[in-house]
Design a protein around this ligand. Structure first.
Ligand code: NAP
Ligand code: 8YV
Length: 327
C-alpha cells in the first residue's frame, strides 16, 4: 500500500462547521467523515468502528472520546485547547495537538487594535463621521482616556503575551506581567500574584488560557485593584473573567473602560456587557484573517499527516506529550 493509499483509509471525523481549507485538505488526503456536532449521541456504529482521528474547532469531551474506541488523535484548531479534555485523552492514550506560533503575531496585532480602540474610541468616532454628526454637531469630543503614560500588565506572558509586550515597548509604554512562573531572561517586572500586578498597573491585558486554574480569575477584587483609571482588555478566554463583576465595575466606574474579544458563553454576550459604558466588543476575531486561519488549518492537517505517516505529532499539547502511537 502506498503512503497516500494508507492515509486515504484513515477515517477522520470533522464535527460541525470547520475551516474550508482544512476540510478540503482532509477530504483530499483522508477518509473525511462529517457529523453535525461533537455529540456522542450522534456517533454511528460505523464511526465507532472506523474513526481514528478528529479535526475540530469545537470542544471534545471525555464522553465523545469514549464513544470512539479507535480514536488516536484529536487535531484541535487553535492554540487554546481548554474545550478538549486533554487529561482524559492522555489517560486513554489519545494524542491532542493544537496550532501554536502561527497565530501569535496576528492575535497580538488584534490585541493592540482593541486596546487603542478602547482608549481612543475609534469606533464611536467613525460613527460620528458616518452619521453626519461631524457636519451637524462639530468635532468629535476629546477622548476621556489616552495610551500615553500607561503602565500595562499582562496576565499570561506566553507566546502571545510576549508579542503584545514587544509592541507595547515600541509604543513607549511600561510592561509588567503575571504568570505562575517567572519567565527566564525576560526583563519586564514579574508579579507572583494577579492582584499584585493589578495594583501595580493601570491597564490589564489578559491573554491567559481558559481552564480551571484561571476560571473567573479577573474578579471584583482584581478590578478594584486596577482602579478608576483602569482599562481591561481580554484577548485570552472569556472564562477567565467574572463577567457580572466586570459589567458592574464598568457601570459604577470602578474601572474606566474595557475591550473584549472573548466571552464565557460565545456567541452569547451578557446584556450587562452590551449595555456597559466605555466598552469595545469584538466577536472573537483575534486570529481571524484568511492568512492566519489558513496557516492554522495547515498546521492542524499537518499534525494529522505526521501522526499517520511518521507516527509522531508536530505540536502536541503538554498533557499528551508522552502518548505513543499504537502500532
Ligand atoms: P502560551 O504560550 O501557553 O502562554 C500562556 C501563558 O499563560 C503562559 O505564560 C503561562 O505561564 C500563563 N498561564 C497559564 N495558566 C496560568 C495561570 N493559572 N495563572 C497565571 N498564568 C497562567 O499560550 P499562547 O500561545 O500565548 O496563547 C494564550 C491563550 O490565548 C490561548 O490559550 C487562548 O486561550 C488565547 N487565544 C485567543 C485568541 C483569540 O482569538 N482571541 C487567539 C489565540 C489564542 P505559566 O504556565 O508559568 O503560568
Ligand atoms: C480561534 C483561538 O478563534 O487559537 C485560539 O485559541 O481562540 C482562536 O485562534 C479558535 O481557535 C477557532 O476555533
Amino acid at each position: 500500500m502506498t503512503k497516500a493509499e494508507h492515509l486515504q483509509a484513515v477515517a477522520t471525523l470533522v464535527p460541525g462547521h470547520f475551516n474550508d481549507h482544512a476540510v478540503e485538505r482532509i477530504d483530499r488526503t483522508f477518509n473525511l467523515v462529517r457529523i453535525e456536532r461533537a455529540d456522542p449521541a450522534l456517533v454511528t456504529d460505523e464511526m465507532r468502528g472506523n474513526v481514528r482521528a478528529i479535526a475540530s474547532f469545537a470542544g471534545i469531551s471525555a464522553a465523545m472520546m469514549d464513544a470512539l474506541p479507535n480514536l488516536e488523535l484529536i487535531a484541535s484548531f487553535g492554540v487554546g485547547y481548554d474545550s478538549v479534555d486533554a487529561v482524559h485523552a492522555a489517560a486513554n492514550n489519545i494524542m491532542v495537538t493544537n496550532t501554536p506560533d502561527v497565530l501569535t503575531e496576528e492575535v497580538a496585532d488584534t490585541a493592540i487594535g482593541l486596546l487603542i480602540n478602547t482608549v481612543r474610541e475609534m469606533y464611536a468616532a467613525e460613527k460620528w463621521l458616518r452619521d453626519g454628526s461631524w457636519v451637524n454637531k462639530g468635532n468629535y469630543p476629546l477622548s476621556r482616556l489616552t495610551l500615553r503614560g500607561r503602565h500595562v500588565g499582562i496576565f499570561g506572558m506566553g507566546r502571545i503575551g510576549q508579542a503584545i509586550a514587544r509592541r507595547l515597548e515600541a509604543f513607549g509604554l511600561t510592561v509588567a506581567y503575571h504568570n505562575r512562573r517567572q519567565v527566564e531572561g525576560l526583563a519586564y517586572a514579574y508579579h507572583p500574584t494577579l492582584k499584585g500586578l493589578a495594583e501595580a498597573v493601570d491597564t490589564l491585558i489578559s491573554v491567559a488560557p481558559g481552564g480551571a486554574s484561571t476560571e473567573k480569575a479577573v474578579n471584583a477584587e482584581i478590578l478594584a485593584a486596577l482602579g478608576a483609571n483602569g482599562v481591561f482588555v481580554n484577548i485570552g478566554r472569556g472564562s477567565t473573567v467574572d463577567e457580572a463583576a466586570l459589567g458592574a465595575a464598568l457601570a459604577n466606574g470602578t474601572i474606566a473602560a474595557a475591550g473584549l474579544d472573548v466571552f464565557a458563553d460565545e456567541p452569547n454576550v451578557p446584556k450587562a456587557l452590551l449595555d456597559a459604558p466605555h466598552t469595545s466588543l469584538l466577536p472573537h476575531v483575534g486570529s481571524a484573517s484568511d492568512h492566519t486561519r489558513r496557516a492554522m488549518a495547515d498546521l492542524c492537517v499537518d499534525n494529522l499527516v505526521s501522526w499517520f505517516t511518521e507516527r509522531r505529532p508536530l505540536t502536541p499539547v503538554p498533557e499528551t506529550v508522552k502518548v505513543v502511537a499504537r502500532s
